[in-house]
Design a protein around this ligand. Structure first.
Ligand code: DQA
Length: 151
């Protein structure tokens, strides 16, 4: 069975309440449910985790590798712009990670224009609202299928 980890970082538990003019009105629970439904349609198990703590996010990435899961859809939130520890966690595993941002970070404050994670991620999806989670799912699915076809 193909399994993807859907991993969300700090403050994303407040989606729906948090700055709706930037992040919209959809809650994290709704996103997780939509992704689980999409996974069922596509034959992929989607395991969701959110944490406000850097170490827990690092451990979740390690767990994905140790469990043999095939990919990670990751919104690292503010850690995107600063966390070398998360960058090292991504580098330390042989699992494709798609970095995703709901908002267009490039149209916002300059400190959001830099990601310390994108160079070690399989790709980045930015600025498509919560639809970005579905785009990340499809991208990851292609990577996983491509890998299988090339074996
Ligand atoms: C975010 C963008 C980050 O800059 C910000 O710190 C977040 C959310 C996004 O999804 O647009 O918390 O990752």
């Amino acid at each position: 069975m193909t399994t993807f980890l859907l991993l969300n970082g700090p403050n994303l538990n407040r989606l729906g309440l948090r700055e709706p003019e930037i992040y919209g009105n959809v809650t994290l629970e709704q996103i997780e449910n939509r992704m689980a439904t999409l996974g069922q349609k596509m034959g992929v198990e989607v395991i969701a985790k959110q944490s406000n703590h850097e170490g827990e996010l690092i451990e979740a990435i390690h767990l994905a590798a140790d469990q043999g899961w095939q990919g990670v859809i990751f919104n690292p939130a503010a850690y995107t712009h600063s966390s070398i520890a998360l960058r090292d966690a991504i580098s330390s595993v042989n699992v494709p990670v798609i970095e995703l941002h709901i908002s267009n970070v490039h149209a916002r404050e300059s400190f959001r224009h830099t990601s310390v994670l994108s160079a070690v991620s399989a790709g980045q999806i930015v600025g498509f609202g919560v639809y970005g989670y579905e785009l990340a799912f499809y991208a990851l699915n292609e990577i996983v299928k491509g890998g299988k076809e090339n074996e």
